[in-house]
Unconditional design. Structure first.
Length: 339
């Protein structure tokens, strides 16, 4: 769409952890789903990266909010301000101010009617005239290049920040799916709890996230183990500074419970799969997308446990966003898009 077009089109991956916006086939926004608000007026102070930088550091009168929780909108006003702020950034980068905005937004496959309505209303209030929605596993499948309209079964496991979406896709529809609210944020909470309980040190959400990225593992034994990650924080009892080295094996142990829940959900989704499609999945393997797919050893663990090959998608963090972009270009041809 050019500069003088009446309708601008954007694809939005509205994630619990990150929001990605695609315009003209390019990722123009890839920032944390965080807003900073003035507490008295509830007006927007910052959005995305700049709001994330304020987390845990704000003075009185300003608060940081994550508008999405468990994959759905938890704070309607903050979500609307966030979407509006992100769109404004896109508009400035691309020098357009459009009276008409067509949007495709992805949502968890387990969303209720009320949760879908909240996404639609937030998008419309943020300037969307035509708002379409697509389920996350379907978008992930499109994003990694699967022919979703083919008469063949493919299984996607999308592990995001708030939800893990497991779906079997065939003939342009979701045949069986499981949406559980155990995902990346739960792994982060497990790590925070572990640091408090075992090391007696307080760590914030951002530090726990860095521990997960640097030494997170789904297996207690890795062929190429990462180096220990050094954490600095206050002692819970004395408030004196502490320096704690953390290794991947203790993190594998502390996130075991959440990983087991994801494992059980995958098995449950496979149990509900019709035999013909099950045979396709055994042949094609299962595709892992989302930030959780980057957890060391997760694909190996699931392959060994279930006996079906698990593949980590190329650029798993961007799979859902890219698929939402593909859906945007093919609005008339994809029957699974909801309006």
């Amino acid at each position: 769409m050019g500069l003088f077009s009446f309708t601008q089109e954007i694809a939005v991956d509205l994630g619990t952890a990150n929001t990605i916006i695609i315009h003209n086939d390019k990722i123009v926004i890839n920032e944390p789903s965080v807003v900073a608000l003035e507490t008295k007026t509830m007006t927007l102070k910052a959005v995305g990266d700049s709001a994330r930088a304020m987390q845990g550091k704000v003075p009185e009168g300003i608060m940081t909010v994550r508008p999405l929780h468990d994959g759905v909108i938890a704070d309607f006003n903050a979500a609307e301000l966030m979407i509006r702020g992100m769109i404004k950034k896109v508009s400035k980068k691309n020098h357009w101010i459009s009276p008409s905005l067509r949007m495709v937004v992805c949502i968890p496959s387990g969303s209720t009617e009320v949760e879908r309505r909240a996404v639609r209303d937030s998008s419309e209030h943020a300037g969307g005239r035509d708002v379409y929605m697509i389920f996350e596993p379907m978008a992930a499948a499109l994003g990694i290049g699967i022919d979703v309209l083919a008469a063949e079964g493919n299984m996607i496991v999308d592990i995001g920040g708030g939800t893990t979406e497991i779906a079997v896709i065939s003939l342009g529809g979701i045949v069986s799916n499981k949406s559980i609210r155990f995902a990346g944020d739960d792994l982060t909470e497990d790590i925070q709890e572990h640091m408090r309980r075992v090391h007696n040190v307080k760590v914030g959400e951002r530090t726990a996230e860095l521990i997960k990225i640097n030494v997170g593992s789904a297996l207690p034994h890795l062929e190429n183990p990462p180096e220990d990650y050094v954490v600095h924080g206050p002692n819970q009892m004395s408030a004196l500074p502490m320096t704690v080295p953390v290794n991947y094996q203790e993190i594998a142990e502390c996130i075991e419970k959440t990983i087991s829940k994801i494992e059980a959900a995958v098995l449950s989704a496979l149990e509900q799969t019709p035999p013909e499609l099950y045979a396709d999945i055994v042949k094609n393997g299962v595709y892992l997308t989302g930030g959780g797919a980057l957890l060391r050893g997760l694909d190996t663990r699931l392959t060994n446990k279930i006996g079906i090959q698990f593949h980590v998608a190329e650029e798993p963090l961007l799979a859902v966003a890219r698929g939402t972009g593909v859906a945007l270009k093919n609005i008339k041809h994809f029957p699974f898009l909801m309006k």
